[in-house]
Design a binder for this molecule. Structure first.
Ligand code: ATP
Ligand code: PAU
Length: 324
């Protein structure tokens, strides 16, 4: 079935002065109706394995239509590459399609990325989908301490932006194997002597706070090329700050029960604290670090995205906006 053979007319709220088409949950969910449901029960279990709190109804209503839209864009990109090959009369290197996912700390970027990886891998044309988090390009704590910016982890100056741009540039040049440093939330630092290796994927999903940032957000950088220059389609995951703070604290408490009890954890001492004190600490880290970064450096990039997913209570998507 072609994308235009709708048996139903979908009518987004088109606000003439807005550069976006607006969809509420129901109008967006209807957009899935045109594709066969390819997911099997076992795939749904895999999706569930990504995040226990993710409802399968949410996957069907929100993430399947999104995967369908992305698939249309990617197919069109593959056709464009074929035209270039036809024009020059020879095959070129396969160039991965890059999807960028931006948004606040704790909004659910990595969960969204893993979910899209599972759904997009279903399509036979592009099964090999890799993930990269820009966290790996944070400067190690040693460097952040030397520069006196440990309290600014996640801010533009805390990243090795040159290294990150080199990475995406290598991927987009068709380099067959690239590697990136690894960040661990457990040790709260870059993992020494380990790298993530990425071998020529069909699609690379890059998620991070800084995916949509550009030159004006990095006045201290000398170069003028940014991740966003290499991203083919960008998504901003959005939510009101009261939810973000709540999700941040909840995740902190979850870590406290699990990962923090590991003696290697940076936050090992927090595991022993009474819950009320742990909440006070998490709340203060949110207010003094992540909220400031959100308002100064992340939120201003929202309108650069091709698509905005607006979450409400319990991570449920309430609105989807697509750039016209
Ligand atoms: N769609 C969802 N449904 C239910 N819970 C979710 C969903 N997405 C994320 N969460 C929960 O919200 C919290 C934050 O999610 P996640 O770690 O994916 O965020 P993030 O944006 O990648 O954070 P960071 O930038 O700090 O790495 C986690 O506790 C996760 O379990
Ligand atoms: C690693 C980042 C920057 C992004 O994932 C974030 O999770 C973080 O650690 N922010 C610094 C403040 C904090 O500890 O939450």
């Amino acid at each position: 079935m072609t994308p235009f053979q709708n048996n139903k007319t979908i009518s987004p709220n088109s606000i003439p002065s807005s550069p976006y088409l607006h969809f509420n949950k129901n109008t967006w969910a209807d957009l899935r109706a045109n594709v066969p449901m390819t997911l099997q029960e076992s795939d749904l279990l895999a999706v569930k394995g990504i995040n226990d709190n993710l409802s399968l109804d949410e996957v069907a209503k929100i993430y399947l239509p999104l995967a369908r839209l992305l698939n249309l864009y990617i197919s069109s990109n593959i056709r464009r590459q074929t035209i270039i090959e036809e024009f020059i009369g020879k095959q070129t290197h396969k160039i991965p399609y890059i999807i960028g996912i931006a948004g606040s700390v704790a909004v659910g970027k990595s969960t969204t990325a893993r979910l899209l990886q599972t759904l997009l891998s279903e399509w036979p044309e592009h099964r090999h989908v890799e993930l990269l988090t820009t966290d790996g390009f944070l400067h190690p704590n040693k460097v952040l301490k030397q520069r006196n910016i440990m309290h600014k982890k996640g801010f533009p100056e805390s990243y090795d932006m040159k290294g990150l741009v080199q990475f995406v540039s290598d991927i987009k040049s068709g380099k067959t194997e690239v590697s990136a440093p690894l960040y661990s939330h457990l040790i709260y630092d870059i993992v020494p002597n380990q790298r993530k290796i990425i071998k020529c994927p069909d699609i690379l999903i890059i998620e991070g706070l800084n995916v949509l940032q550009s030159g004006m957000d990095y006045p201290h950088e000398l170069h003028r090329v940014f991740v966003s220059d290499f991203v083919d389609f960008s998504i901003y995951v959005d939510a009101e700050e009261e939810f973000l703070k709540q999700w941040y604290i909840e995740r902190f408490l979850k870590f406290r029960m699990g990962a923090f009890s590991d003696p290697n954890s940076y936050f090992h001492d927090y595991a022993k604290l009474p819950e009320a004190e742990a909440i006070t600490i998490a709340s203060s880290v949110w207010d003094n670090v992540n909220a400031i970064n959100l308002n100064n450096n992340i939120l201003p990039t929202k309108e650069r995205a091709n698509l905005i997913l607006k979450k409400g209570n319990n991570h449920e998507i309430e609105q989807v906006k697509i750039r016209k």
